[in-house]
Design a protein around this ligand. Structure first.
Ligand SMILES: [Zn+2]
Length: 68
């Protein structure tokens, strides 16, 4: 599933447990190990692009610390 953070940026969250901690190298949830489907990842990329299209670049350059 995809959340929107207070800054208006999309955040990918686990379909199984709802947490937002992902191992982006493996495409799995840190919390429960569920895989992020290619469909969800594609949806998230589209959401990011839509956000990038309407947000100032400075917002994009500073992702939330928890995503690192
Ligand atoms: Zn999870």
């Amino acid at each position: 599933m995809i959340f929107t953070n207070p800054a208006g940026a999309p955040e990918l969250a686990c379909d199984a447990c709802g947490c937002r901690w992902f191992d982006r190298m493996r495409g799995t949830c840190y919390e429960c190990g569920a895989e992020v489907s290619a469909e969800s990842q594609a949806e998230f990329r589209r959401a990011l692009q839509a956000f990038a299209a309407r947000a100032p670049a400075s917002t994009i350059a500073k992702p939330p610390p928890r995503e690192r």
